[in-house]
Design a protein. Structure first.
Length: 426
């Protein structure tokens, strides 16, 4: 691997790390923000809906932008802007202000998600190695470390406003440094790429199938991000300092599982990996539902909730990395990743809003039946959906079963291969 490729991989890896920390800076502070502004489930659902609308508007446009101007340009402005947008929710003093600023946060996060997915696929093509799971594991390291810092800071008495402002300033500065480094690397001499072939097309129904698989994974992840802490504080009686622990448990087990994900996927095979992942996540959701039914103090029930969310994290860890790798192996078009991500993120973003409205009408424990039911469907249907979707492609490469491609320039341009090799899925 050349020094340029190593530098590109390190840059993308660090950007994934910072993105995970940004996620934690919002997700792990939701419970404290809820208490600060006295939102309640209904108002909090409106806030999460605003976040979802921002992301849904941004992602298709981000794909179009990347196709025209390149994924690196998209990444260059979305990474620092998404981090800076955290200042809005931190400084909001009313529900209306929070709605508006969270919309902006959603716009920035949606663009950043697409930019990172495009760069991750490009890194896999450039290195010829399956590393999607490890990149997502690095994202989870950022989420776990960020959640731990949030919990520790709140326990030490730091206000949630000061904490979120500090996170926004630090993450924006670090993202600007990484983007500047990437720009300098792009300016180094390099031979011009050969003319690229037309992008491989993914059929509409195949793309929708990929999106539905991602929806289940992101709904579970966003339920942990947006509702695990609220469930701990409002339903189980945990303090604001202890409420982030289920979130931390979820992302900790997700991180560990993702670091071994590529090996597990190779050893188990695609069908068994998907089915085992779904069964594990379903077990975790059943443990979470038990927390409101068992007798005992808040400590016992909180401990069971942490265990349940941790099991869910292990189960859902590999779903999206496998899906996004399959899309990248079958298509060179940034819009394919953009639209599949839009479908997936839309379900994941709207799901917590639905959970909130159900919680307002009944209670949060009943509302959590939504991700539980979707996980059951994932367990039953995902293996056959994904295998049918990829059955028409060749098998045999390190990257999901296709022939390896020549290196591409990851940082400077969007996904444009220098080879005509067809990528497929085993």
């Amino acid at each position: 691997m050349t020094q340029r490729k190593m530098s590109q991989r390190k840059t993308v890896t660090l950007l994934y790390l910072l993105s995970g920390m940004l996620n934690a800076s919002w997700g792990a502070t939701i419970a404290a923000t809820d208490l600060r502004l006295n939102l309640g489930p209904a108002q909090l659902s409106n806030i999460l809906l605003s976040l979802a609308v921002g992301s849904m508007l941004a992602m298709p446009l981000a794909g179009q932008f990347a196709k025209r101007f390149g994924g690196s340009t998209l990444l260059a402005f979305s990474a620092p802007l998404a981090s800076a947008a955290l200042l809005g929710p931190a400084l909001a003093v009313s529900t209306g202000q929070l709605l508006a600023t969270v919309l902006l946060l959603g716009l920035g996060s949606g663009c950043l998600n697409i930019a990172l997915s495009l760069q991750a696929v490009a890194v896999e093509r450039a290195t010829g190695q399956a590393m999607m799971s490890r990149l997502h594991a690095t994202w989870t390291v950022g989420a776990v470390s960020g959640a731990a810092l949030v919990s520790l800071s709140l326990q030490l008495g730091v206000s949630v406003v000061a904490l979120m402002c500090a996170a926004a300033g630090l993450l924006t500065s670090l993202n600007l440094i990484l983007v500047a480094r990437a720009s300098r690397a792009a300016a180094l001499p390099e031979r011009e790429p050969a003319a690229a072939p037309a992008a491989n097309a993914i059929g509409r129904w195949r793309l929708m199938s990929f999106g539905l698989l991602g929806t289940a994974a992101f709904l579970a992840e966003s339920a942990a991000t947006d509702w695990a802490g609220v469930h701990a504080s409002r339903t189980l009686g945990a303090s604001a300092a202890l409420a982030p622990l289920p979130y931390l448990g979820f992302f900790l087990t997700m991180m560990v599982t993702r670091f071994f994900g590529d090996l597990l996927r190779t050893r188990l095979g695609l069908r068994r990996a998907f089915r085992l992942s779904g069964m594990t996540a379903l077990t975790g959701f059943l443990l979470i539902l038990l927390t409101s039914a068992i007798p005992g103090g808040s400590e016992l029930r909180l401990g069971l909730a942490v265990l349940g969310w941790s099991v869910v994290g292990a189960g859902m860890a590999l779903i999206w990395p496998m899906v996004i790798s399959a899309i990248g192996a079958q298509s060179d078009d940034p819009k394919a990743i953009s639209w599949a991500s839009t479908i997936s993120f839309t379900g994941g973003l709207l799901g917590p809003t639905v959970i909130g409205y159900l919680a307002a009408a009944s209670n949060l424990s009943i509302a959590l039946l939504v991700p539980t039911a979707l996980t059951l469907l994932l367990t039953a249907l995902a293996p056959s959906i994904l295998l049918r979707s990829t059955s028409s492609h060749n098998s045999g490469s390190k990257l999901l079963g296709g022939a390896g491609a020549e290196p591409i320039h990851v940082v400077h341009s969007h996904i444009t291969p220098r080879a005509t090799a067809q990528h497929g899925r085993k």
